[in-house]
Design a protein around this ligand. Sequence first.
Ligand SMILES: [Zn+2]
Length: 421
Amino acid sequence: MSEEILKRVVGKIDSLKDYAVNLMLEIIRRPAVNPAFGGEGEYDRAMFLLDEIKQWGFSDIKIINVRDPRAKNGVRPNIIAYIKGETGDKLWILAHLDIVPPGDLSAWTVTKPFEPIIKEGKIYGRGSEDNGQAIVSSLVAAKALLEEDIKPRRTIAIALVSDEESGSDYGIGYLIKHHPELFNRNDIALVPDAGVSDGSFIEVAEKSILWSKLRFKGVQAHASMPHKGLNPHRIAAEFILLLDRLVKEKYGRIDPLFDPPMTTCEPTMVGNSSGSPNIIPGEHEVVFDCRILPEYNLDKFLEDLNRLFSTIKSVYEKKIGESLFPQLELEISMRADAAPPTPIDSPIVSSLVEALKTLRGLSPKIGGIGGGTVAAFFRRIGIPAAVWSTIDETAHSPNEYCVIENLIADAKIIAYLMVKT
Ligand SMILES: [Zn+2]
């Protein structure tokens, strides 16, 4: 890209600052609380944005409404705005329309959640950072290109989607499942929905998450007569220690992309049915939160948990009445299998690194996180996706805000990607 084009785009974005700020205020004034949390959904916000952008000169704007009787007008809208590029391979920029509820209103001390105000260079309101900043930055970058009549290298697809906060069944998950024709293997994607306050972290990978509840069943007895029962605490304690060893030995790979760089598996909650110091309870429950490096298979991991229990069982096994103890009930309360990581040499990552270096003088850290973003949807269908933005991480908190300077600076990075990648 010539220096001259870059200068023009950057200059244009600077001149659109007031526009960007106003757009953010208008977005916040149209709450789009996800119906999963009792809100009316994204309809009003989506229609407002559609109306806003339809005269800008996008090559095409697709609207894909997904039926949902809980939402206003029975639909969850998804908007895709295209700018035709030199090639048909796309650069996706994914921003989500929906928001979480405000939470405890008394904790909103700067302003009310849907009455945005500007204070000390920040715009306060629910949804300002999550994900208003991505909506505004990506649209302002597109506006700059369109007004300057600059053709992007790849075809740009800005996707303003529903339902990110509750599983994406009505959003990107729906589009990928029911409209596979929209995507192709040479596409790349940016998801500006997480980041750090100076923009120096690019997320390319995530660990799998497994929340499991293990209920160890022994046999209740008087604590002075342990031989008449079977103490499930002891079984659980052995299990916890053996699992620790298993994770270190069999799942022990170190991957410096992640912090911490290894699989972790922490017992977080325990419970039992003993109401008294002199009762050996019949059950002991342990909940584990495991964050597993993406190269390991969760089904195999679960098999290993069961095998571990069998090992312990063979030592303690006891027939009481007609049944054999101890027994194990394993319940999975949450499972998210990690998508394959985005290769760090893929063009979305290298261009982002280059953009941050050129425009901000930054050498970003490229890494993985402990779990789940919507980038996984792209990664699962083979589209490299990077998660990046410049934010103070106020999402889902009271007094959520976005920094106006970041709004503009991120638009410039996005524009750089549009022109260059
Ligand atoms: Zn978000």
